[in-house]
Design a protein around this ligand. Structure first.
Ligand code: CAO
Length: 422
């Protein structure tokens, strides 16, 4: 049998027992923290000077020790000399302002016997005011206790303080590294019955792409309206003309035809920002992706070299690609290489919407449902068919004035498509 002995507190210092970390019958390893003593200028964890089983505790909370006193009897496994064993964990706090932990462990004058308190620069936690369980938790989580604000009595660090610190640190760290803090997971079943459905691959890919787009592209949407009364009359006329061939044009091919011309007029709308953010990559081709609503989700096949095609060819190609999209026959290549996108909700309804730019493209046009509206022509209100346009653009590449000009040019072409001949 041997005794666990309080090490020398140094000089005339006395320490009061504020925590007892071992119990009778418990196995203790050498160096394991057994007591926490609090003196005027330090809180000290007392390491076991021997290993064994605690036979009898000789200590109570509030006892005062100055060093050399026995505080437990041990059935010995290994014995070591007290005098040879330095205290490995001294927790120093200012005597004047105990809530604030001392910042300079190297300046601590306390000694155990003749051995100085270790001043290992890696163990900066020695200046924090915390109990062993909290220290253990901090070590497991890799937290430097000096960084943690204690909310316990006289600033003592609690487990909750460490946990809170980790939470904050994770959030800050993830923001700094470019990732977003995720919303909390909620158990919705607490509010009522629920069921789950797996997202198919198209919806998962869309979710990912939209997140990437919204996080990376500072977007603005420019709204406009085009008077398509004449265009609509022309469309109806052409539908009658081509009815025998089984062709039925919607508005979309006409808009695509005008868009292709606008992209030639304003090439920066058919560009991509280089990853180095120092160069603009301008495309000499005009490929436009058209959003197609399919039973499985949104797909965006690309119409290529659209500026060289007639409206009839554009119509046929769109019909063909939309059909393939809806029957799941599009290949990956069919959806790659677009320089600009069009999203038409005109066949469904709605006044306006803000389409999301599809990077690496820098702009997208949204079409909403054309409606007959009273239009002031300078002397009276006349009924005109107005088409709502929503042009979203990457504000890193495109200025608001450019967007307004682009949009107005499109309006001009749609209001008088003869201009496309020029
Ligand atoms: N205003 C008024 N009517 C319109 C219109 C508009 N802007 N656009 C289309 N229409 C009419 C068409 O002329 C057609 O009417 P008729 O049969 O009387 O001629 C009817 O609406 C059906 O149009 P549609 O939408 O089926 O066909 P479309 O050629 O206009 O569009 C396509 C093709 C592929 C764009 C469309 O079918 C589609 O999938 N749209 C959804 C796109 C989508 O989901 N976008 C959201 C993506 S998230 O940003």
């Amino acid at each position: 049998m041997t005794q666990l002995i309080v090490p020398d507190m140094g000089g005339n210092s006395q320490g009061e027992v504020i925590e007892i970390l071992i119990r009778e019958g418990e196995n203790v390893e050498q160096e394991q923290s057994t007591l926490v003593l609090e003196s005027e200028k330090a809180t000290i964890e007392v390491p076991a000077n021997a290993a064994g089983t605690v036979k009898k505790l000789l200590v109570s909370i509030g006892d005062k020790f100055s060093g050399g006193e026995a505080y437990a009897e041990l059935d010995v496994v290994v014995v070591d000399s007290v005098a040879q064993k330095p205290v490995t964990k001294a927790i120093v706090e200012s005597a004047v302002e105990p809530v604030v932990a001392a910042k300079q462990p190297n300046q601590v004058p306390a000694k155990i016997g003749t051995a100085p308190i270790p001043t290992n620069s890696n163990s900066s936690d020695t200046t924090a005011y915390a109990g062993p369980a909290v220290r253990k938790l901090a070590r497991e989580l890799g937290v430097e206790l000096q960084q943690v604000t204690g909310t316990g009595l006289r600033g003592r660090i609690q487990k909750e303080d460490v946990q809170q610190y980790v939470k904050q640190h994770l959030n800050v760290g993830s923001i700094a590294s470019g990732a977003l803090p995720t919303p909390p997971e909620i158990d919705f079943s607490q509010f009522g019955p629920i069921h789950t459905e797996a997202l198919n691959s198209i919806k998962r890919a869309t979710a990912k792409a939209m997140t990437v787009a919204n996080l990376n592209v500072p977007q603005v949407t420019q709204f406009d309206e085009a008077d398509i009364t004449e265009l609509e009359a022309f469309r109806v006329q052409q539908n009658q003309r081509f009815a025998a061939d089984g062709l039925k044009f919607s508005l979309v091919p006409f808009v695509l035809k005008a868009l292709a011309r606008c992209l030639r007029d304003y090439p920066e709308f058919n560009s991509s920002l280089h990853r180095n953010a120092e160069q603009l990559i301008l495309k000499d081709y005009v490929h436009i992706g058209v959003a197609v609503d399919t039973p499985k989700g949104l797909l965006v096949p690309v119409l290529r070299n659209i500026d060289n095609k007639t409206t009839t060819q554009i119509h046929q190609e769109l019909q063909n690609l939309a059909e393939q999209a809806r029957s799941g026959k599009l290949s990956l290549a069919d959806m790659q290489g677009g320089g600009f996108s069009l999203s038409s909700l005109g066949g469904i309804g709605g006044a306006a919407f803000t389409p999301i730019v599809n990077p690496p493209e820098v702009a997208i046009l949204g079409l909403s449902k054309a409606r007959m509206q009273p239009y002031w022509n300078g002397s009276q209100f006349v009924p005109r068919l107005m088409l709502p346009l929503s042009l979203s653009y990457d504000h890193r590449v495109i200025d608001g004035a450019q967007a307004a000009r682009f949009s107005q040019r499109l309006v001009a072409y749609l209001q008088d498509i003869r201009q496309l001949l020029m």
